[in-house]
Write a protein that binds this ligand. Structure first.
Ligand code: HEC
Length: 153
């Protein structure tokens, strides 16, 4: 509020035809930019904390490129089904993708909890599935899940 007040006072001075020093204008622009970016950062942090525990979605995006994109894409089915909207989606339910009978017959929703179990050991969660990859490190899984959670349908 204090910041907004000082900006509007400065703008009023501009309107009145007084020319403030260039450094003052630059300072105001910088402060306004800082205000915006910290508000955005706080918003992202809250969404991540609410939906996917302590994962870092930016790191998750890098891990996804390294470990998942050989078989998966966000918007098209490849060796594995596409991932946009996977959080909240029923398991084995992308129309047109040829799942194993085991995953096609699974009856649960992808949440942070079920994704964590899947990525740790897909065969333990759904015996007979055919994804030949897993993610042993819990922090890597949390980061990947935080990233997947950002992929709204
Ligand atoms: C070697 C290829 C391969 C890699 C690498 C791989 N996957 Fe998969 N994934 C698959 C296949 C194949 C399936 C379908 C399994 C089935 O039908 O039993 C699948 C299915 C899934 C599903 C279930 C989706 C649904 O619609 O039910 C999720 C979630 C998933 N993978 C996440 C990941 C993540 C995250 C990574 C990266 C850490 C990853 N996968 C890496 C091949 C892969």
């Amino acid at each position: 509020m204090v910041l907004e007040g000082s900006i509007s006072i400065a703008l009023q001075k501009l309107d009145a035809g007084r020319r403030p020093p260039v450094t003052l204008v630059a300072g105001i622009v910088m402060l306004a930019a800082l205000g915006n970016s910290s508000a955005q950062a706080a918003g992202t942090g809250n969404a991540g904390a609410g939906n996917a525990g302590t994962g870092d979605p930016a790191r998750g995006a890098r891990l996804y490129d390294e470990r998942c994109s050989a078989c998966h894409a966000l918007d098209e089915d490849r060796i594995g089904p596409h991932h946009r909207g996977v959080v909240g989606r029923k398991a084995g339910a992308v129309a047109g993708y040829d799942y194993s009978a085991a995953l096609a017959g699974a009856n649960f929703i992808w949440t942070a909890t079920s994704l964590d179990a899947w990525l740790a050991d897909p065969q333990a969660l759904v015996p007979g599935q055919r994804m030949e990859a897993n993610v042993p490190d819990p922090q890597d899984r949390a980061d990947l899940i935080a990233y997947l959670t950002t992929l709204k349908p």
